[in-house]
Structures are given as C-alpha cells and as structure tokens.
Design a protein around this ligand. Structure first.
Ligand SMILES: C[S@@+](CC[C@H](N)C(=O)[O-])C[C@H]1O[C@@H](n2cnc3c(N)ncnc32)[C@H](O)[C@@H]1O
Length: 201
C-alpha cells in the first residue's frame, strides 16, 4: 500500500494529526470551530439520538453538517465513513444498516481510531470496524461499498480529486455518496494555501 506521507506532505499530515489528536484527547481545548454534542444538534442531528449516546462518543464530534440527512440508509448496506473521527456517524449508521449491514470507518489519526474503537466496545456494536489510514488511499476493494459518507474531511485533503476518485473506485455501480464539508466561495491565494495553519488551525 502507498504510504500516507507520499500522498500528503509529511509536515501538513503531522499538523492535522496533532490537531485531531488533541480534539480526541481534550475536545474542550478546541477554540476555532465547534465540537461536541451541542454542535451536532445545531447541525441537524436528532437531539434524542445525540443525548442517548455516551459523552465519549459525542464530545469529539467535529463534523460540519449532517450527512445522514442527505438520504436514506438501508438495512443490510455496506457503508464507508471517510474521516470517521471518534465514530459518532459510524455508530448512528450502524443502527440503520442493522446486523446484516456493515460500517467501515477510516481515519489517519491514531488517537481518533483508538477512541472510536473504545467507543465501539463501550456501545457493544459489532457491525462497525475502524481502519487507520489516509482517505487518499482507501484499503478497500473496487466496487465494494453501497454508501460512502463523510463529514468534514475533504476540506483537509490536499488532493481532493484523488479522494473523489477513490470514493468512485470503491462504490458499487449505483452506489451513493453523502458528503458534508466546507467550501470556499471566493478564491484563496497561494500564500494562504501554503500556510500550515490553514490546514491545522
Ligand atoms: C473535522 S474531523 C471530522 C471527524 C468526524 N467525521 C466527525 O464528524 O466527528 C476530520 C477527521 O478527518 C481525519 N482526517 C483528516 N485528514 C485525513 C486524511 N487525509 N485521511 C484520513 N483521515 C483524515 C482527522 O483525523 C479527523 O478525525
């Protein structure tokens, strides 16, 4: 498998990982964008569902929208969550696909993967697995996924086209993509793109 550092410049990759490592370990320390259960409710998640989850699942939620509101999730489907963080979306989807379905979460930050796995054990959910790695190089077979979803990761990827190509590669014919992300409406200058803080602040 191609190394993450050959896809994402190491400096940028490390800065992003450090930021999300901190959000996994100490979510209250994040001051630049909203994290946690109240943010999820403002973004359109069902408040009863959010309040019913343990705080370790919701406290590090760092999504920017509610991909689950974009369309149906059907029983028995195989779902991929790109940039799965502490696992909240993956767990909500796992309930919808049921025991015949499966959810795969991918994230490049070890502390997020560890937190998601410990949350999975806490909830006793068996149809979710988390894999550590870059979404630019998905460790999945071609045409193996019914639904790909993502919440706030593509804006952090330098090669967005490659991520979209990977999503297209792993989706089955007729597969769906539900994405929530941040987009710029105005042009952004090169100096800003090259500033490390653009990716990690
Ligand atoms: C804004 S957070 C959103 C996390 C989760 N989707 C949620 O809603 O709470 C972005 C996540 O993507 C991960 N990430 C950032 N760039 C990535 C990449 N290139 N490959 C895999 N994961 C990445 C970060 O570690 C972080 O957990």
């Amino acid at each position: 498998m191609e190394k993450a550092s050959s896809i994402i410049p190491r400096e940028v990759q490390e800065a992003i990982k450090n930021r999300f490592c901190r959000i996994a370990k100490n979510p209250a320390s994040e001051k630049r964008f909203p994290v946690g259960p109240e943010s999820a409710k403002r973004l359109g998640y069902n408040p009863t569902e959010i309040d019913g989850l343990p705080s370790s699942v919701t406290e590090s939620f760092a999504g920017v929208g509610c991909p689950l509101a974009l369309g149906p999730v059907r029983e028995g489907e195989i779902v991929l969550d790109l940039g799965s963080g502490a696992g909240m979306d993956a767990f909500l989807v796992a309930r919808r696909v049921g025991p015949k379905g499966r959810v795969i979460g991918i994230d490049m930050t070890s502390e997020m993967i560890r937190k998601a796995e410990s949350n999975r054990l806490l909830l006793g959910i068996e149809n979710v697995e988390f894999k550590e790695g870059p979404v630019e190089n998905l460790p999945l077979e071609d045409a193996s996924i019914d639904l790909a979803m993502t919440n706030g990761v593509i804006n952090l990827c330098l090669d967005k086209e490659r991520v979209i190509q990977e999503i297209y590669r792993v989706l089955k014919p007729g597969g769906r993509f539900y994405g929530a992300d941040i987009i710029l409406e105005e042009g952004v200058d090169q100096a800003t793109v090259e500033r490390l803080g653009t990716w990690s602040d």
